[in-house]
Design a protein around this ligand. Sequence first.
Ligand code: FAD
Length: 386
Amino acid sequence: MGQPLRVLVLGAGFGGLEVTSRLAARFGDAVDVTLIDAADSFIFGFSKLDVMFGRVPESHVAHAYRDLVERPGARFVQARIESIDPTSKQVDTDAGTFDADVLVVALGANLDTSAVPGMLEGGHEFYTVRGAFAVRDVLANFDGGRVVIAVTSTPFKCPPAPSETALLMHDFLQSRGLRETSSITLVMPLPKPIPPSPAASEALLAAFAERGIDFVPDSLVRGLDAARQVALIGDEVEMPYDLFLGVPRHVAPDVVVAAGMTVDGWIPVDPNTLETSFADVYAVGDVTSVGTPKAGVFAEGQAAIVADRLAARIDGSPAAAEYDGRGICYVEFGDDTVGRVEVIFRPGQPPAGTFDAPTLDWAANKAEFGRSRVARWFGREWTPLG
Ligand SMILES: Cc1cc2nc3c(=O)[nH]c(=O)nc-3n(C[C@H](O)[C@H](O)[C@H](O)COP(=O)(O)OP(=O)(O)OC[C@H]3O[C@@H](n4cnc5c(N)ncnc54)[C@H](O)[C@@H]3O)c2cc1C
């Protein structure tokens, strides 16, 4: 038998964790997988909202990489990736240089929190881990008033998240007796809350109307006048606020741009195979322009295809698995209920999907989604809301 295939997985988020655990579970030490991430732990995107609204403490939502399921053939290295050579497949980090036969780039999207003038001086962003956790303390001291939740550029991760934030904000203010003295406005660059799912959009618009949440479509906040506490929308509109929560600009990590792997900001991939234009270099998840929304479920689905294709290469069997663009998103509707959107994105076709109305059962289903990933990747019991 020859040397095991050396696979270097860059980024231990949804995509990186999934490709690593699949390969290691199937091949043991017949594969040599190195998973690299600068962080010491993984946090689900949805856990940011759970911490922000005080549903669970931050200690509950961090999954330390030192607790990853130990498998022969896979190892985790905590290191900052400083450069990638996609031709030689050599990667420099602050913990040394790594060489590979195959690269899987799963470095996600970075958040440029300074791109919107005045946002950090006059408001808060809630998309980074640090930002979301800081908003928890801001909310704890909030006495009510005009709350503006706004997206500042496209694309952005988890398109339902700003709508979820508005609905959870309603519950939060109500539980503190502040809803009567507060308004909630959601500003989005889209015509509807979730355009690929008309039924989910209608349900969200109905939920906003029932709760008195103002939805402002087709609009981007381009800056804040921090001194006057107004959000600037386009050239004409000023929106006063007491509390501003923004979704910052998303960009590919610098190291990927510097590697010359991006076109129009993101890594182009074959939508069926997740191959980049560089031989034996794959990319999955938010760092790509594959055509699905930037969400963990899609990153995970793409990672599964890469793992299957690498498995076929290791086995010597023909690579059959192709990505189908399918994903399930759970959407928090407030009152502890969750709706479910299933959508398929295929190149050249309009997205098609189904929507299941919010219930407590779908909330339990979402909890099971989180539980099963933590069991698979970290080998321990966990439920998102404790
Ligand atoms: C508020 C909110 C709610 C969300 N809710 C959901 C949801 O309910 N369902 C869902 O599917 N998605 C949700 N998402 C989106 C989801 O979190 C992301 O889309 C998903 O994590 C993308 O996976 P990924 O593997 O592409 O990248 P990521 O999970 O972002 O992983 C990228 C990894 O790369 C590492 N990295 C980056 N640069 C470097 C470097 N130079 N050196 C070393 N390491 C580096 C990072 O530390 C990170 O761990 C939500 C997001 C937010 C913000």
